[in-house]
Design a protein around this ligand. Sequence first.
Ligand SMILES: Nc1ncnc2c1ncn2[C@@H]1O[C@H](COP(=O)(O)OP(=O)(O)O)[C@@H](O)[C@H]1O
Ligand SMILES: [Mg+2]
Length: 239
Amino acid sequence: MLEIQQLGMSFGGVHALSGVSLAINSGRIYGLIGPNGAGKSTAINAITGTIVPTSGRILWHGKDVARWPQHRRARSGLARTFQNLALFHKLSVRENVTCGAIHAHDDSSLRGVVDTALDAFGLAQIADEPVNVLSLGTRKRVEMARATVANPKLLLLDEPAAGLTGSEIAEFSHRMREFRDQGGAVLLVEHDMSLVMTLCEHLFVLDFGKLIAAGTPDEVRANPAVQAAYFGAGDEQQH
Ligand SMILES: Nc1ncnc2c1ncn2[C@@H]1O[C@H](COP(=O)(O)OP(=O)(O)O)[C@@H](O)[C@H]1O
Ligand SMILES: [Mg+2]
């Protein structure tokens, strides 16, 4: 479904991504992990069109979308959430979720699609509240709801569990498995390793902008390069 070939992104002298190649198929949950500054958010930004990569190809259903504007990629089934959230703070929960649905549904079905998502994410009771009064965990659920009403084929989630309670994380995992079982694919960027290891079926590991490992959680955990770069192999070195 998605094939990234030799993706590169430089910010001045900083090589946030270099020569990254990976593939994503439908109906699977993938994890993208790596230390802070490894290039995870940059990868999501390049795939969804927030930034234009310096080099490489992003094949989405066989077409190179690397230079497509963000809205066109969104309409073709790429939906995301942001590490630092990107909601309209003064608008209500319902209005924010509706923003995600407008391009994917016609006027007659819009209201029903939004209501279903508000229910599914436990937001129906607070649909008319402005999002800026809500807790971080609730705002993250609003962003998830907004991403899912766009009919995504691939959901790219940038640290969705940070700041969530245990029960919110369990609920999130349940939603993602449901989405996967309906044929959706997920690319999850997340620091919560127990969540990554239990939810993801396949992992990609970035370190200093390079893909240093890929495979099942067990394979990745056993990879010496990963242990050295990421799990620290006992040392406290920070990247
Ligand atoms: N817009 C930007 N301008 C300049 N440097 C950036 C920008 N975005 C990311 N970077 C740099 O690229 C590298 C990768 O960042 P990022 O993708 O945010 O890492 P991660 O999400 O893995 O923590 C870092 O060195 C970061 O400082
Ligand atoms: Mg990041």
